[in-house]
Design a protein around this ligand. Structure first.
Ligand code: AMP
Length: 419
């Protein structure tokens, strides 16, 4: 039997590569304009990092990690997200001595054992951003503005909605949690099995339940916004004010609690109605305290992750795969030897050309030129060699002209826009 890719894991094929590269290049341009620098991180870490950094009672740690024991008996995990790794590196390399906030981004695959469906995979890719060491609410607004700028640059911003919430901090969340648990227990009969379990383990996550049967109870649940302490309420009000100052529209979603333990205060998500059930395209929040939890300095942090597969799905096939400018067709060995260095010189200037190897008939090569979608074919046979010329054929119109072989490389550069 032929071996196929693992379930929930997919190949990104050459026809999709231009779109992926466009998404990544746009992210780099936007993030770097805001002062973010790339950090490249390992794909696997000690399991303990995620258990501590994401939280023992989260779905990710309890059900979704790809964990294995290596030959030394150590438990390792394929990273399910990037924040914990980034903070580990930040602490390990003493990056906190740099001027604050320290702004870092990374791009790469994440691994979660989830039930695969459209837009949800077991290996997927994220663009991750963190700004560390600054707790001013203007940073929250600035980070969100950058996220929106990225989607504006891709022409997708009008298909997304910014959802915003504050989930309080260690000063005010415990009181809320208590009230919420009391409420959920009182209404347990009308909640699903999973909600019962979460009520005891991670009650805020109950608010996230998507099942219709649980909705009425959850709609009536006490709202965290009513429990925010003064400092959290002030922080949230200022984040909103700064967003408004930048003309950024948002909706408050009191149920936006997100799947990680580490968030405090600001949480946000970009959602869309264009992707079916998987409506979240990006999400993030503030995590003051997490760096300290990982035994770093007591510093604030905020970040987000963008799901690249979902961005690519939203973009559709709008980014064209680049095509060679010309197919060079040598008819025979001597012509091949003459055209090889021409192709090399042109490619060295960054102009993409394709080359036949002189074995096929002209008709077969012209068919290949059509399939490749090149605008021009350059034909050189023995007669042309003798005259020191090449025939340049416009594929669409079929019009042909001759160009001195000595000028061919320069001519191809002109056709490729590199005069
Ligand atoms: P999270 O790290 O869970 O906050 O997710 C951030 C973003 O990553 C989400 O908004 C999605 O766009 C994307 N994402 C998360 N999990 C998956 C998955 N299993 N497959 C594809 N994209 C995902």
């Amino acid at each position: 039997m032929t071996i196929k890719a693992v379930r929930g894991v997919h190949d990104i094929l050459p026809v999709e590569a231009a779109t992926w590269q466009h998404v990544e290049a746009t992210a780099r341009r936007v993030f770097e304009a805001y002062g973010y620098r790339e950090i490249r991180l390992p794909i696997f870490e000690r399991t303990e990092l995620f258990a501590r950094g994401i939280g023992e009672v989260t779905d990710i740690v309890q059900k979704e990690m790809y964990t294995f024991v290596d030959r030394t008996g150590e438990s390792l995990t394929l990273r399910p997200e990037a924040t914990a790794s980034k903070l580990r590196a930040y602490i390990e390399h003493g990056l906190h001595v740099q001027p604050k906030p320290v702004r870092l981004y990374t791009v790469g695959p994440m691994f979660r054992y989830e039930r695969p469906q459209a837009g949800r995979y077991r290996q997927f890719h994220q663009l991750n951003v963190e700004a560390l060491g600054e707790q001013h609410p203007a940073l929250d607004a600035e980070v969100i503005a950058m996220l929106i700028d990225f989607f504006k640059a891709l022409g997708l911003a009008d298909r997304l909605q910014l959802e915003l919430n504050s989930i309080g901090d260690a000063a005010c969340r415990p009181q809320y949690r208590e009230r919420l648990v009391a409420y959920l227990r009182a209404h347990a009969a009308r909640l699903c099995e999973e909600c019962h379990e979460r009520t005891e383990k991670n009650p805020l996550r109950v608010l996230d339940c998507k099942k219709a049967e649980c909705r009425p109870v959850l709609d009536g649940a006490p709202a965290l916004a009513d429990f925010l302490c003064e400092a959290c309420a002030d922080h949230f009000a200022r984040v909103r004010r700064y967003l408004e100052a930048m003309g950024l529209a948002y909706v408050i979603n009191p149920r936006l609690v997100r799947g990680f333990d580490y968030y405090v205060r600001t949480t946000f998500e970009l959602t869309t109605t264009h992707l079916g059930a998987q409506n979240a395209v990006a999400g993030g929040g503030r995590y003051d305290g997490l760096i300290e939890l990982l035994e770093g300095p007591p510093e604030a942090g905020i970040g987000f992750a963008i799901g690249m597969e979902r961005v690519v799905l939203l973009l559709g096939s709008t980014v064209e795969t680049p095509k060679p400018v010309a197919l060079l067709i040598p008819l025979g060995e001597a012509a091949l030897a003459r055209l090889l260095p021409v192709a090399q010189a042109v490619r060295a200037r960054g102009v993409p050309v394709d080359l036949g190897y002189g074995q096929r008939k002209l008709r077969a090569e012209l068919e290949r030129a059509n399939k490749l979608g090149v605008a021009h074919a350059v034909i050189v046979g023995d007669a042309e060699l003798e005259r020191g010329e090449a025939i340049v054929r416009e594929m669409k119109a079929g019009a042909q002209r001759t160009v001195p072989l000595a000028d061919l490389a320069a001519e191809l550069c002109v056709l490729g826009g590199r005069a």
